[in-house]
Every structure is written in C-alpha cells, then in structure tokens.
Design a protein around this ligand. Structure first.
Ligand code: GUE
Length: 213
C-alpha cells in the first residue's frame, strides 16, 4: 500500500480517478477485472491466516494449493485491467478511423470487427477467472480460519461482481459482431459459467452467514 496519508499518491486513488474521468478507459471492463482480483486477494488472505495454525493442520495442504491457485488468478486478473484498457482503446480507435471512401469504410469495418472480438474475449477470460475464484472462495468458506470466514464471503461476492460485470461487457461487444458463430460460441460458454456460479455464490454466502451469526 502506498502512503495512506497522501491519497493523491496512492495507486488505488489514481485508478479510481481515471475510472471516474470521461476518458473511455479504464471502463467497466477494467472495473470487473479489479473486482475479481480483489476476490482472489481475499481468498489468499484467508489461506494465509489459516496455513501454519495448529488448529487447521488438517486442511493445511489443501489451503496451500488453494493459495497457489488464488495467487495465480490474482496475477491474471490484475493483468486483465491493462488488457481490457488495450482492447477497448482498440475498439474506440477503430471507430475513429476515416470513412470517406469505400476502401476506408471497408478497412474501418474490418478493424472494428477485429477489435470487438478481442473486447469480447478479454472479459470472457475475466469471467472464467472469476468463476475459478468463486470455487476457491467456497473452499475457504468451508475450511478456512473461522475468525476470517466473513472475508471468504466478501471474496465470493467480489468475484461474482467481477463475473457478472465482465459478462455485461461480453454481451455488449458480442452484440456488435457480424461473425455470429464467434459470438454465439462465447455467449454459450458464458451462460454455462453463469448458470453454475450464481447458485454457488448464494450457497457460499449462506454458509458464511450461518457461521458468523
Ligand atoms: N472490454 C470492454 N471494456 C470496456 O470497458 C467496455 C466494453 N468492453 N464495452 C463497452 C463499454 C462502454 N465503455 C465506454 C466507456 C467510455 C466511453 C466514452 O468516454 N465515450 C466518449 C467518447 C470518447 C472518445 O471518442 O474518445 C463519449 O461518448 O463522449 C465510451 C464507452 C467501455 N466499455
């Protein structure tokens, strides 16, 4: 964490100020990735507060494995913030290409379509990663240190927010695609992810709520 006494120097503050600005990026796609990354970080936190404790010796090996995976997902999701910025900048750039002649129109349209595909696939990757974070949050809610079980609940909700948010970005970009097979393949995969993740998130939330009440 940067100097908390000087929020203007803090990277969180910098990101949120850029997010708030009228500039097209970072946008909702980047916000989705950071939600997922926060979920992964919280899974890691619960693991780190469970590993090495005598009382939790029985789950130590499993949570070490969860930690390795949550840290991998956190790195991936953090990288997706910049990937989404690049992908959506390319969409905006393509829309900004000249469209005076037929050749220009053709080139612009091709550039838009290529950019929209990438702007679909980055948030779809975000959805997959968030889905994986939800699975790990479920393990930490069941087996992690009871003192921090509420954090496993925050983890699952952050990851689910990331998933549902990234899904909206997939939808909006898929809608603009002329290659309907490409779009449908992504939408089908996405519906599969959402169909499982929604009920699992609710279940984890209820487990956590029962443990803290
Ligand atoms: N993978 C992905 N990531 C996104 O972040 C993403 C996305 N897909 N799909 C669609 C939404 C929408 N969104 C916008 C944000 C700001 C402007 C914006 O600032 N527009 C300016 C124009 C800016 C300019 O022309 O340079 C305006 O309307 O005045 C537009 C659109 C990001 N999204």
């Amino acid at each position: 964490m940067g100097d908390k006494a000087r929020p203007e120097n803090d990277s969180i503050q910098t990101f949120l100020t850029e997010l708030a600005s009228a500039a097209p990026t970072p946008g909702g796609g980047g916000a989705a990735a950071i939600s997922g990354a926060m979920g992964a970080a919280l899974v890691s936190m619960v693991c780190n507060l469970t590993i090495g404790k005598k009382k939790y010796a029985e789950v130590e090996e499993e949570l070490k494995d969860v930690l390795a995976r949550s840290e991998g997902l956190r790195a991936g999701l953090t990288g997706m913030i910049a990937q989404d910025v690049a992908a959506f900048d390319a969409v905006m750039g393509a829309y900004g290409l000249p469209k005076g002649t037929d050749e220009e129109k053709e080139a612009r349209s091709k550039a838009i379509q290529a950019a929209l595909k990438e702007a679909c696939d980055v948030p779809l990757s975000c959805c997959r990663a968030c889905r994986a974070v939800i699975d790990l949050a479920a393990i930490t809610a069941d087996k992690g240190n009871l003192n921090v079980v509420s954090d496993a609940g925050v983890a699952v909700l952050s990851a689910y927010a990331g998933l549902k948010s990234a899904a909206l970005n997939v939808y909006v970009n898929a809608k603009g695609l002329e290659d309907r097979d490409f779009a449908q393949e992504r939408l089908d995969e996405l519906e599969g992810i959402l169909a499982e993740a929604g009920p699992l998130t609710e279940k984890v939330y209820e487990v956590v709520k029962a443990k803290v009440n």
